[in-house]
Design a protein around this ligand. Structure first.
Ligand code: TYD
Ligand code: MG
Length: 454
């Protein structure tokens, strides 16, 4: 197929550019994600004209004036923490997530708070009508102060209004519905999404407006995903969680003004989102007592320790070959840990079905969960329960050794805070400063030692 030279191929997911089409993206390996779009020729020149950096010259550090930029609160303490201690004027924040997860609700609640505390706020929606916005707003409480709404999808008009009004904070919900005249393609296409974000970026930075951009995560739909924009914005937040469960996790994936990897946990109620300041207690609520196959472990999300329950069930298989099913933890990791258990503890597990589940619907990759998975499997196999007041963490190696993990102190402290009185942990993580009041620390160096406490 001969292609004219004034078009180029983009990956809808990550924005990778190529002059040739291919069946999957060479950069992120997503199949069928390459789409054809016009080369950004005429549009590009215009983009730079408004850029204050185009006349730049080199300066030394001492010449740089630190305008005293004070961060301000979004009204959610947890969100402030994910942002690195509040919102900086002029910063661009991308909020991604599946449709219906609660992005618009979170941002509207944030706008409400900031208007209440005396800031000028503009909420631009390209998805909902004014009456739909009002329906949502009445569920969230009283609104006061300078918060105004605009239903518009024309980017040029939005920028005009931003320049006229100069709000302190603006929300663009969502970037995939916006269209700029200069990019001659459909809303939601790679070219449009990039062009619109670039236009917002220039305006927001020059006027000092903090902008929240909403981006839908799409599986393989016709619109470009928010990944494409990650390198253009200052901060990237992803809203995750099971749409059917009530809690939501907001994860900071990138942050130019603070630590990334921080999370905030929210609960979706009838009157909007409520932050959960104590997520460990929330995750552990309703756990069974004295049940075999249930073990409490601690993972780290950014700097935040989170206690959760690992459940395992080993049941004789109906068909000779045992099935392995894992939810929340990597399937291959579970297979590996089962093999280690079989080999090092001489257990015959091949004709058992094994199910491992981390409650709460989280997807975890912290290796500190290994020892808890091993203990849960063993406890289910022997039908002996793990003591209720015991918290377990540690990485397990192929020879059955228990290896140290980072931030052991934070994990032990979190367990002590929630009333646990004993901790099973890698021997190599034991140190003098670990001692939390009233906490019994059991250091082990192999899984044989670990299971012997049962
Ligand atoms: P929404 O913020 O519209 O999601 P997004 O903008 O990410 O697409 O949230 C929609 C869901 O949240 C919807 O299923 C209804 C629910 N919801 C509540 O449970 N309570 C509330 O107070 C509100 C406003 C929404
Ligand atoms: Mg929405």
């Amino acid at each position: 197929m001969a292609k004219s030279s004034n078009t180029i191929f983009f990956c809808k997911e990550c924005g990778y550019e190529s002059s040739k089409w291919s069946g999957f993206c060479p950069a992120c390996s997503t199949p069928n994600s390459m789409v054809e779009a016009p080369k950004a020729g005429s549009g590009r020149g215009r983009l730079n004209s408004g850029n204050p950096l185009s006349q730049a010259r080199p300066v030394s550090l001492s010449e740089i004036q630190n305008e005293n930029q004070t961060r301000f609160s979004t009204g959610f303490e947890e969100l402030d923490r994910v942002l690195g201690g509040g919102l900086l004027p002029g910063s661009l924040v991308l909020t991604g997530g599946d449709p219906g997860i609660g992005k618009s609700t979170l941002l509207l609640q944030m706008c409400r708070h900031m208007a209440l505390s005396g800031r000028k706020v503009l909420y631009v929606s390209g998805e909902e009508s004014l009456s739909q916005l009002k329906l949502r707003a009445v569920r969230l409480g009283e609104f006061e102060g300078d918060l105004r709404f605009l239903c518009e999808t024309d980017m040029d008009r939005i920028l005009e209004i931003l320049k006229e009004e100069v709000p302190a904070v603006a929300v663009i919900d969502s970037i995939q519905t916006m269209a700029a005249q200069s990019a001659a393609s459909a809303p939601g296409s790679v070219t449009q999404v990039r062009e619109c974000t670039n236009m917002i970026l220039n305006t927001a930075k020059s006027l000092g407006i903090s902008v929240f951009i909403v981006g839908h995560v799409t599986k393989d739909g016709a619109v470009a995903g928010p990944k494409l924009l990650e390198h253009m914005v200052d901060t990237v937040l992803y809203f995750e969680g099971d749409r059917h469960a009530s809690y939501r996790i907001l994860r900071g994936v990138k942050n130019r003004f603070g630590a990334s990897g921080e999370i905030a946990v929210f609960e979706m109620l009838g009157s909007g989102l409520k932050e959960i300041p104590n997520p460990s207690a929330y995750m552990l609520s309703g756990r069974p007592e004295n049940a075999s196959g249930s073990v409490i472990s601690c993972i780290m999300e950014g700097t935040r320790p989170l206690l959760l329950e690992v459940q395992a069930l080993l049941a004789p298989s109906a068909y000779g070959q045992g099935r392995r099913t894992a939810t929340g933890v990597d399937h291959n990791r579970v297979a590996l840990l089962l093999a280690v258990l079989e080999k090092r503890l001489s257990l015959g597990l091949s004709d058992f079905d094994a199910f491992v589940n981390v409650t709460g619907g989280l997807k975890l990759s912290d290796p500190a969960l290994d020892l808890a998975v091993v203990m849960a499997l063993y406890s289910s196999h022997k039908n002996k329960s793990v003591p209720d007041n015991l918290m377990v963490f540690g990485e397990v190696g192929l020879s059955g050794e228990v290896r140290s993990v980072q931030l052991a102190k934070e994990r032990v402290q979190e367990a002590a805070r929630l009333g646990f009185t004993a901790c099973l942990l890698p021997k190599s993580s034991l140190s003098a400063d670990l001692n939390a009041r009233g906490m019994k620390l059991i250091g082990v160096s192999s899984i044989q030692e670990a299971v012997s406490i049962l």
